[in-house]
Design a protein around this ligand. Structure first.
Ligand code: A2P
Length: 281
């Protein structure tokens, strides 16, 4: 049996499947998708300032009359807002847009990289000091990063007081980022998967289709369950009601060890192509 929540390094619990909101259009679509997700049993929303839809998500949360203590809300600091003072201001803006008075998890969206910044390490450390401050003030229940590879994590850990509790990375069949995941495991950092369906690219894969058929589930459900069985927290995105429902209905079957091995051994078959060391945004 899989647990429906995972304990982070500080003991705070995170629901093991989250609802992704990247590429969800702002306005009525975002409001409807979030309301659908909440009514289907999602309690974990993965948001970010750069997705441009946090105001709509805030509206959906407000109108749903939710019990805040049962929800887990993540947001991310965008790349233009790095640095101590800008981070604090960006955090306040996100909180206001979401109409919340605390966040469950706040992430540095992308590492500053050497390609763009000779002082990338200092920039990350400076940004992280603001995260530590907000965490110590109780404004954020857990803090972490996104799109950090091993060398970025090593530097940040060496330069700071509090270790990141989460690293959210691209993770789907054929793209498991094993080195980063192993480092996270060794350092008590929970791993979250963005684009667990490879932004939809996994859905036509013949190997996955064959295995999904065997369990009577969709390829999307198979990918989500595969993340869970690899101890990774999937954040599937959809704006389509029946898919939103389907993507959280992943606790009624178990992928056998042999099939896990087959999926774990899959070659790269598509993904975002974004490398944190190479990005120029
Ligand atoms: P849509 O939002 O139009 O429903 P990822 O989470 O890997 O980024 O993938 C998101 C993409 O996969 C979106 O295009 C989404 O479409 C699609 N998608 C999400 N869930 C399912 C599903 N259960 N079946 C088919 N496509 C899905």
């Amino acid at each position: 049996m899989l647990n429906k929540t995972v304990k982070l390094a500080n003991g705070y619990e995170i629901p093991s499947v989250g609802f992704g909101t990247w590429q969800t259009p702002d306005g009525a679509t975002a409001v409807a998708a979030v309301k659908e997700a909440l009514s289907d049993g999602y309690t974990h929303l993965d948001c970010a300032a750069v997705y441009g839809n946090e105001k709509s998500i805030g509206k959906a949360l407000k109108e749903s009359g939710y019990d805040r203590s049962r929800l887990f809300i993540t947001s991310k600091l965008w790349n233009t807002e790095r640095g101590y003072d800008k981070t604090i201001a960006a955090f306040e803006k996100t909180l206001a847009d979401l109409q919340l008075d605390y966040l469950d998890l706040y992430l540095i969206h992308w590492t500053a990289n050497a390609k763009q910044f000779p002082n990338w390490r200092e920039i990350n450390a400076d940004t992280w000091r603001a995260f530590e401050y907000l965490y110590e003030q109780g404004r954020i229940k857990a803090i972490g990063v996104s799109n950090f590879k091993t060398h970025h994590l090593e530097a940040l850990i060496a330069d700071s007081k509090i270790k990141p509790m989460v690293d959210q990375i691209e993770f789907h069949p054929g793209f498991m980022q094993t080195e980063t995941v192993t480092f996270c495991r060794e350092n008590g950092i929970a791993v979250e998967a963005w684009s667990p369906l490879g932004t939809g690219k996994m859905l036509q894969n013949e190997t996955l289709k064959t295995i999904a058929d065997k369990y009577g589930v969709s390829v999307a459900q198979l990918c989500i369950r595969w993340c869970l069985q690899n101890d990774v927290i999937p954040l599937p995105k959809s704006v389509t009601p029946n898919r939103i429902q389907q993507n959280i209905d992943v606790f009624g079957f178990e992928i056998g060890a042999e099939d896990m091995e087959v999926i774990n051994a899959m070659e790269y078959c598509g993904g975002s192509g974004l490398d944190p060391d190479e990005i120029d945004f």
